[in-house]
Design a protein around this ligand. Structure first.
Ligand SMILES: Nc1ncnc2c1ncn2[C@@H]1O[C@H](COP(=O)(O)OP(=O)(O)OP(=O)(O)O)[C@@H](O)[C@H]1O
Length: 324
């Protein structure tokens, strides 16, 4: 990820409603299925986004949509163009080409009222180090017309015990939780979460996931970038895989990559050799192995039948030479 430090989202606006309708129609664009949403349900609509840094085409014709009230996880290898894309959607970076609508406006021209409707949890934020946790959250809440209760937000991210501690004294994971608190205290309609659980311990990560799902259930639209495939599988309604500056696959965590990518894999050991076979009939193969490859005790050694995980499918999509 690039190490740009973005300004905190700020100021006031008219209080927005937050419809929770998450339905969507479907269409086809550039040979890839793209979900089309009626304008009033589209929180984000991006077509043909392009951004170049010198000779590097960082974003190269990227299309993505988010319907109001859904969580979309953007996945992709280092340097794929995720952060650049997100920063353009947040209005913190200019684009070279393409159409972008975020909450109905072009981020390149949107003003303070629009900014107050989005929340940003960036990767790197180091301001407010001398304030306490509670002071920091209250100070940020004051920028917004309809903020959440700061104490409730501190509790929701599990920092009540640290409410009086100075920000600079927090551990890395605690600081990340505070970042999340600062991103959501304004009550955003659309929340950008950039690798939000980096440095969280497993329990804190679970607590955070619950918070994100509660925000989604209350109608918040969430764009999540993460390298944590378990996080994407747990949280996302849809995932989009970015490679070389464009979306090469998208779908639900259960259907990404299509049926072929989900073919079960049977592995077993015979005569000291590990075997792997992909088959749509794993039970029949297991029965065959039991009849032919079982040892004297009737066991097939280390027999395992598994459906490829989201991580397996993702790696197939982003590995060099993969047919995406
Ligand atoms: N400010 C910049 N100046 C020059 N090149 C940049 C700049 N920001 C990003 N790049 C380059 O653009 C490409 C896309 O970077 P970006 O940070 O968007 O990728 P990413 O998908 O977010 O990566 P990561 O997963 O590592 O965070 C990379 O090749 C990166 O080196």
């Amino acid at each position: 990820m690039t190490s740009t430090t973005r300004p905190s989202p700020a100021p006031p606006a008219g209080a927005p409603g937050r419809p929770a309708d998450r339905g969507a129609d479907h269409g086809v664009d550039h040979g890839r299925e793209v979900r089309e949403h009626p304008a009033e349900r589209a929180a984000v609509r991006v077509r043909g986004l392009a951004k170049r840094y010198g000779p590097k085409q960082a974003v190269d014709g990227l299309d993505i949509d988010l319907a109001t009230g859904e969580i979309v996880a953007v996945l992709g290898p280092n340097g794929a163009g995720k952060t650049t894309t997100v920063e353009i959607l947040e209005g913190f970076r200019a684009r070279d080409g393409g159409e972008v609508r975020v909450l109905g406006e072009d981020p390149a021209r949107a003003g303070r009222a629009w900014r107050a409707r989005i929340g940003v949890v960036a990767q790197d934020s180091r301001d407010q180090a001398e304030l306490s946790v509670a002071e920091s959250v209250r100070a940020t809440a004051r920028y917004y017309p309809a903020p959440r209760d700061p104490d409730e937000v501190v509790a929701a991210v599990g920092l009540t015990a640290k409410a009086g501690a100075r920000v600079r004294s927090l551990s890395g994971g605690q600081r990340r939780r505070l970042d999340v608190a600062l991103g959501v205290v304004g009550g955003p309609e659309l929340l950008f979460l950039d690798e939000p659980t980096t440095g969280f311990d497993p329990q804190a990560r679970r607590t955070f996931w619950d918070l994100v799902l509660r925000l989604r259930d209350a109608g918040t639209t969430i764009l999540l970038t993460t390298h944590d495939l378990a996080e994407a599988a747990h949280l996302a309604d849809r995932v989009a895989v970015v490679r070389d500056g464009r979306v090469v696959a998208e779908g639900t965590p259960e259907t990404l990559g299509g049926p072929a990518a989900r073919t079960p894999v049977v592995t077993w050991t015979a005569d000291g050799v590990r075997h792997t076979e992909r088959t749509d009939a794993p039970t029949a193969l297991a029965a065959h192995l039991m009849a032919t490859a079982a040892g004297p005790d009737g066991e097939v050694v280390d027999l395992c039948i598994a459906r490829p995980s989201l991580e397996d499918v993702y790696l197939g999509l982003v590995t060099d030479g993969a047919d995406a």
